[in-house]
Design a protein around this ligand. Structure first.
Ligand SMILES: [Zn+2]
Ligand SMILES: [Zn+2]
Length: 135
């Protein structure tokens, strides 16, 4: 199983997981764009049980456009967005790809929320695109 690891900008929170990456997506939703400040977010989805976290992220809770309860876990000191949870996917954490050290593993398979993509954002035409989140 591949290992992923990373840390926030200030280094107070780090993580590691020996895990099977369930799915990897570029998410163009407004919530990801707003929370990260980037024009899209790339997320790795892994089993919650595989994730070992050192340090204590702060949790922001909100409701997605489809009504599910969402959590954004971030470093209270430097603000780095680290993980997410979605009530529709129990037992699954999303990890923001930008701080994953094993960059060779970052191979998104899909683009989601293409309906809210910023027009100038380039996308790989080889990847499947979905208007919303599939499944
Ligand atoms: Zn930090
Ligand atoms: Zn999103």
């Amino acid at each position: 199983m591949p290992t992923i690891s990373g840390k926030c900008l200030c280094g107070n929170i780090s993580y590691r997981a020996d895990t099977e990456i369930k799915m990897m997506a570029n998410c163009h939703c407004v919530d990801c764009r707003t929370a990260t400040g980037a024009v899209f977010g790339t997320l790795l989805f892994i089993a919650e049980d595989d994730l070992e976290i050192s340090g204590t992220p702060r949790v922001f809770k909100h409701t997605s456009d489809s009504g599910s309860a969402m959590e954004k876990h971030f470093c209270p000191d430097c603000g780095t967005q680290l993980f997410g949870k979605n009530s529709n996917r129990p037992g699954v954490y999303s990890v923001r790809a930008g701080h994953v050290v094993q960059t060779d593993l970052i191979q998104p398979g899909v683009n989601v929320y293409m309906s809210s993509k910023i027009p100038s954002t380039p996308v790989d035409p080889e990847l499947k695109g979905f208007d919303k989140m599939p499944g």
